[in-house]
Write a protein that binds this ligand. Sequence first.
Ligand SMILES: Nc1ncnc2c1ncn2[C@@H]1O[C@H](COP(=O)(O)OP(=O)(O)OP(=O)(O)O)[C@@H](O)[C@H]1O
Ligand SMILES: [Mg+2]
Length: 271
Amino acid sequence: MAMKTVVFANQKGGIGKTTTSRHQFWHFEEKGLRTLGIDLDIQGNFTRSLLNMAAENGIALPLDDFGRPALPETALRASGLFDVENKDQPLQVGKNTFLIGADAGMLDVERADLDEVVKAGQQRFKELADDYDVAVIDTGPSVSGLLVVALSIADFAVSPCKPDRDAIEGLMGFFTNVRRVAERGTNPRLASLGVLPNQIDRKRAFHRSTLDEMRQNWGDGVLPVELPERAAIDVAKDRPVWRTEAGTVSRSVAAKEMMAVCACISNRMGL
Ligand SMILES: Nc1ncnc2c1ncn2[C@@H]1O[C@H](COP(=O)(O)OP(=O)(O)OP(=O)(O)O)[C@@H](O)[C@H]1O
Ligand SMILES: [Mg+2]
């Protein structure tokens, strides 16, 4: 099977990119797919979760200055993905799961010539594609070269978004970037799967009306699922909400909702 790659992107910060990236990654893992997680956000939140998971899986890792599991020297880091000479391999974090973690070298990638970076990224990514079934890319907030690069190597894009004017504004910028990548001819394969409404509070009239408006105006551009604001999702950072301790009603509802979102995305990717 040729590797299929999904990127979670919206240049607005704090709207659920990492939360959905993690859960999609765990969903693919549980489907038995050989899954690669790629963290293109220098904040490294996705990397942290997968390193903690690796440590829990009994994988020996060096510790950083704070005593937390860290990327071994030899593991392929995100910046290495844009260097054609680099031959490092992703870190194994579970039985069938792998990580290309975020690193400070991404700041240099950010400053380099974008066309060169895209070319190198596409070449390196092609080399990796034979070894995995699926890849999940988490991206950072802000309009950056790394976002354009992520869109240049992915097959599918999903854009989590809160029902908030500033977040929707970020979405407009995101759509512009998707169009630019398509127009530049850098990645004709890229398909936008749509906006994923996140942190919805159905008790709030503003959330309901904003969501209705988004669905009316954008039709298929909005996925037919949504994620409510749930405490159980907020704390599920090192394992999926459906594998956190059972017991509360909100946790089991949140688990079902998150599973439905992951299954919907997976379906639309043809998996
Ligand atoms: N559906 C949800 N219910 C409850 N909390 C959520 C939900 N979605 C996201 N959060 C919380 O909101 C915060 C921001 O989410 P997340 O880190 O996924 O956003 P992000 O888009 O990746 O942010 P950044 O742009 O900084 O990378 C986190 O604390 C996360 O746990
Ligand atoms: Mg994030």
